[in-house]
Design a protein around this ligand. Structure first.
Ligand code: PGA
Length: 281
């Protein structure tokens, strides 16, 4: 299976000038790497998620390259337009060049109180605009210490189940796609990113065995919602860097990485991608 390495730039860099410099480095490194690999298969898809204000410029620069562009978030209130000050809709980020969007990042859950219902709406809005969705989930340090990780993940993954149920209900009145078709569509447009909150930006990481067992649990859980979801990629995020990427990449349950800090330097971001490219042959 192809791996994914996604750079979550968060509220960085500070200026358009710095975005351009990062894009220069990234595109130079990607082009050099592709010419070295010439003809050999690529096993890792790269994607970056710039902040909304830099998305159009960044995605324009990615035209013709193999790197995709994602949004960091979309509006829950409308998939298109409306009186929602400060929001960017799925339609708007798509127009600016995003093919995917993150939703439910722990920083959104923590600083914007994002709830289950809100995330079901975001998932629905993203799918309405044909965006791929990277659903971020993960437990806090206190929940990890209390051995509640799987319970927390059950709650967070329930947004997928609810979306499937909602769509099946909507469609039972219309003669359109069968519920299994909805699950097939979702399986092609969904990635789960498991990010323990206590590992994000801290330099602390769970063991590969812990991540592997958790990913196995996530895969089993979403497959129990609908069989087609068994093919959904599950990425690990939280202090992934050029030094630890090989060990995560070597595990068959870890289908890629969501990278924050290390994605802000082309060299470390590409080193992580290369680790997954080597491992997932
Ligand atoms: P980090 O962030 O790699 O800086 O820990 C990961 C994330 O928040 O997606």
């Amino acid at each position: 299976m192809q791996a994914w390495v996604i750079g979550n730039w968060k509220q960085n860099p500070a200026t358009s000038h710095d975005v351009n410099a990062l894009m220069d480095d990234l595109l130079t490194a990607v082009t050099a790497e592709e010419s070295t690999r010439a003809g050999t298969a690529k096993h890792c898809q790269l994607m970056i998620a710039p902040s909304c204000i830099h998305m159009a410029a960044a995605s324009a620069r990615l035209q013709g390259s193999s790197v995709l562009c994602a949004a960091q978030d979309i509006s829950a209130h409308s998939a298109t337009t409306g009186a929602y000050t400060g929001d960017c809709s799925a339609q708007q980020v798509t127009d600016a060049g995003a093919i995917w969007t993150l939703i439910g990042h722990s920083e959104r859950r923590q600083y914007h109180q994002e709830s289950h219902d809100l995330l079901v709406q975001k998932l629905d809005n993203g799918l309405k605009q044909n965006l791929g969705i990277v659903l971020c989930i993960g437990e806090t340090q206190a929940q990890y210490d209390a051995e509640q990780t799987f319970d927390v993940l059950d709650e967070q993954l329930a947004v997928i189940k609810e979306l499937l149920e909602q769509q099946a209900n909507q469609q039972s009145g219309q003669q359109s796609a069968a519920p299994s078709d909805v699950a097939v569509t979702l399986s092609e447009r969904l990635i789960i990113a498991y990010e323990p909150v206590w590992a994000i930006g801290t330099g602390k990481v769970p063991t590969v065995a812990e991540v592997s067992a958790t990913h196995k649990y996530i895969k089993q859980t979403i497959s129990s919602f609908a069989a087609p979801l068994s093919t959904v990629s599950v990425l690990y995020g939280g202090s992934v860097n050029a030094d630890n990427a090989d060990s995560f990449a070597a595990d068959s349950m870890i289908d890629g990485a969501l990278v924050g800090g290390a994605s802000l330097k082309a060299e470390s971001f590409l080193a992580i991608a290369e680790a997954f490219n080597r491992a997932k042959t």
